[in-house]
Design a protein around this ligand. Structure first.
Ligand code: IPE
Ligand code: IPE
Ligand code: MG
Length: 236
């Protein structure tokens, strides 16, 4: 049993950063940090289930990350493939709905097939929704939404454009905007993550490297969130 924070966010998002440095500190190849980081994902997912959080999302791979050396990119793609293949029983056990969002264009075919299968097999789950942002960037999302909306406006000019309509064209349609963003490893930037969706998100930064970010650290960040005063531009 854990002591639940007084305020539980609906959607928590995490920028999992510092895997490479974690491995380098141990004199190992960067990929070891990625392997160990999978355990942190599991820990955050299970704690989220325990606390009754509705949505948890992870920035797993940015569009910019394609610019890393081929060997690291390939290892990351294989790691994601294996993790998704292996985790289906865990998703079932916890009634987790699993989703992957991002630009699928450059993803390996076998990975796309696995993503589709796991998403299909968990689509009716009623518990936590767990989202992996893969080959995602905030600017890409805004651009793909703008293109689709522009086409629709040619056919139906009466549709108009406002923030609510625009939101429906983002890949996050139907998912509440993040209440809390946690970024590990001491970096304090958004790195082209959900730019539109984070207009009013609370940010928590920690120096802990992602492979060391487990239940205790997660609870600490949630406590910090519970102490924040969210005003959304208004006054009390
Ligand atoms: C985060 O860890 C994982 C990805 C971005 C895929 P990094 O690989 O960025 O680790 P550092 O920041 O180099 O330590
Ligand atoms: C952000 O981490 C992207 C992910 C965690 C997937 P990076 O390590 O790529 O970010 P920068 O380059 O330090 O901004
Ligand atoms: Mg990094």
């Amino acid at each position: 049993m854990i002591k639940a924070p007084a305020v539980i966010p609906t959607h928590v998002s995490l920028i999992m950063d510092g895997n490479g440095r974690w491995a380098e500190e141990r004199g190992k190849e960067r990929v070891f940090g990625h392997f160990e980081g999978v355990e942190s994902v599991r820990s955050v997912m299970e704690t989220s289930v325990e606390l009754g959080i509705r949505y948890v999302s992870f920035f797993a791979f940015s569009e910019e990350n394609w610019g890393r050396p081929d060997a690291e990119v390939n290892t990351l793609m294989n790691l994601m493939f294996k993790a998704m293949e292996n985790e289906l029983p865990t998703f079932r056990k916890h009634d987790v709905r699993f989703m992957v969002l991002g630009n699928r264009e450059h993803l390996p075919k076998n990975l796309v097939a696995t993503i589709d299968r796991v998403m299909k097999e968990t689509e009716d789950a009623k518990g936590l929704t767990m989202i992996l942002f893969l080959s995602y960037s905030g600017k890409w999302d805004i651009l793909q939404a703008s293109r689709k909306l522009a086409y629709d406006l040619i056919e139906k000019p009466e549709l108009g454009v406002d923030a609510d309509i625009f939101s429906h064209y983002l890949v996050t349609d139907g998912i509440p905007d993040p209440d809390l963003l946690i970024r590990t490893s001491g970096e304090k930037r958004i790195s082209n993550y959900m730019l539109w969706q984070m207009a009013y998100t609370e940010f928590v930064f920690t120096d802990t490297l992602w492979p060391d970010f487990r239940k205790e650290e997660y609870l600490k960040a949630l406590e910090e969130y519970a102490s924040r005063d969210r005003r959304f531009g208004k006054i009390k």
